[in-house]
Design a protein. Structure first.
Length: 435
């Protein structure tokens, strides 16, 4: 986790103290269940809670023990015994380290997902607000980076809204998939611990029992989770790249907010750079980078190995922290985005009406021209305009073969900008509902 790209709310989920608090809760809840089943004394379970519930665990002490034991869970349990006393011998009865580690990881991932879902809500709210603001603001649609046909800037924002709505739905599903608990013992057979303990701990921790575990919770669940984060990161970058293109000097249809006192370049005082969008592109690459190790972690030896462990210790905090920061940054970028409708209109007009070429093509076919002949007629009048040699409308009016099919008035009718925007309301209803 890099402080520059870290928000404290998400970082706190991955702090050692939080992890040890969750470990304690898992052990204490398991002790409660064991006590109810008569496996350990009820007073022992009560003592565990009473002596350690509100304790701030000594991270340095645990680290010191681990340097000797070379085992993190044993180090924690040793420190817990120092706090609880003799009754600590009843803690971790019939459990294995992965019961604690995997259940804890899934608690952390669900908490992280909850923050990310809140972040997505912020992005969606910003997109919806700006989409309706620019619902009918005409701009050029581009394919291959080249002028195609008119759209509206509101539609561009609506595309993103629909995409992030899907992102939210996927993350809800990924959260559900990873929200499982395993308290099943050394190879997942419950040989040394009753399955009812797992059920109790799962309910207490806001999870559901893993239907069948080995010594670990199956990592296909985590692969799904991190894959979803990677897809969301790609959606972040897609919108960021759109803004970067629109902010180019020769385009300048939209621009990141530039605050008072902000500097764009150490050398050139005039610069206003799309630094937030570029930053989001870089952060998105990092989130996606963790998808591959998550997929590779699915493949473990037999009932368990720890080849996944080192990767998860890095990727779980890094991917969630980075995406959290990126989503909040994106919401702010959208909310403060500077939009220039006049420049959008200027760019629309830049090609002298060529954006209406398809309408002319279709009008010719409606009047009896074959599609092949109509295409040739339109293209031969369009190409000079590309070269800056005339106006498309006037060239069409001066083409005798075109005039065999269309009158001047009929040609002019094909140059109506509003024609391209007649279904914007329909699209908005599909995306946003009736609001």
């Amino acid at each position: 986790m890099i402080p520059r790209y870290t928000r404290p709310e998400m970082a706190s989920i991955w702090e050692p103290q939080t992890r040890f608090n969750i470990w304690f809760e898992i052990e204490a809840h398991a002790a409660d269940a064991l006590a109810e089943l008569g496996t350990i004394p009820k007073e022992a379970a009560k003592t565990v809670w009473a002596k350690a519930k509100d304790v701030t665990f000594d991270v340095a002490r645990i680290d010191a023990i681990e340097r000797e034991t070379k085992h993190d869970v044993i180090a924690f349990l040793t420190h817990l015994a120092e706090i609880v006393g003799p009754e600590a011998r009843f803690v971790h009865q019939g459990m294995t380290s992965s019961d604690v580690l995997d259940t804890c990881l899934n608690v952390q991932l669900t908490r992280a997902a909850d923050l990310l879902l809140a972040d997505l809500d912020k992005v969606l709210a910003a997109l919806k607000k700006r989409a309706f603001e620019h619902k009918m603001t005409p701009t050029i649609g581009r394919s291959h980076g080249i002028h195609a046909e008119p759209v509206t800037f509101g539609l561009k924002l609506a595309y993103a809204y629909a995409e992030f709505t899907r992102a939210k739905e996927r993350l809800i599903a990924a959260r559900k998939e990873v929200a499982t608990c395993a308290i099943s013992g050394a190879v997942g057979t419950f040989a040394q611990i009753d399955p009812r303990v797992e059920e109790h701990v799962a309910k207490a921790m806001g999870l559901v029992p893993e239907p069948i575990s080995t010594q670990v919770i199956p990592r296909d669940r985590h692969a799904m989770y991190f894959s979803v984060l990677g897809v969301i990161a790609s959606s972040v970058e897609r919108f960021a790249v759109e803004i970067r293109h629109m902010q180019r000097t020769e385009v300048l249809e939209a621009e990141e907010f530039f605050s008072e006192g902000q500097k764009g370049s150490s050398a050139m005082p005039h610069k206003r750079n799309p630094v937030l969008s570029e930053n989001l592109t870089g952060l998105s690459r990092m989130v996606r980078a963790y998808v591959t190790p998550a997929l590779e972690n699915v493949v473990l030896w037999h009932e368990r190995d720890i080849s996944h462990s080192s990767a998860e210790r890095m990727m779980a905090p890094d991917a969630t922290v980075t995406l959290d920061f990126a989503l909040v940054r994106l919401a702010g970028l959208i909310d403060k985005l500077l939009v220039y409708p006049a420049n959008m209109q200027k760019n629309l007009d830049r090609l002298g009406g060529l954006v209406h070429s398809q309408r002319v093509l279709l009008a010719l076919t409606q009047k009896g021209a074959s599609r092949e002949d109509a295409y040739k007629l339109v293209q031969r009048n369009a190409m000079p305009v590309w070269r800056g040699e005339g106006d498309f409308l006037q060239l069409l009016k001066g083409d005798a073969e075109v005039k065999k099919y269309l009158s001047d008035a009929e040609i002019e009718e094909q140059f109506d900008l509003g024609y391209h925007l007649k279904h914007v309301d329909t699209i908005f209803k599909r995306v946003f509902g009736e609001s």
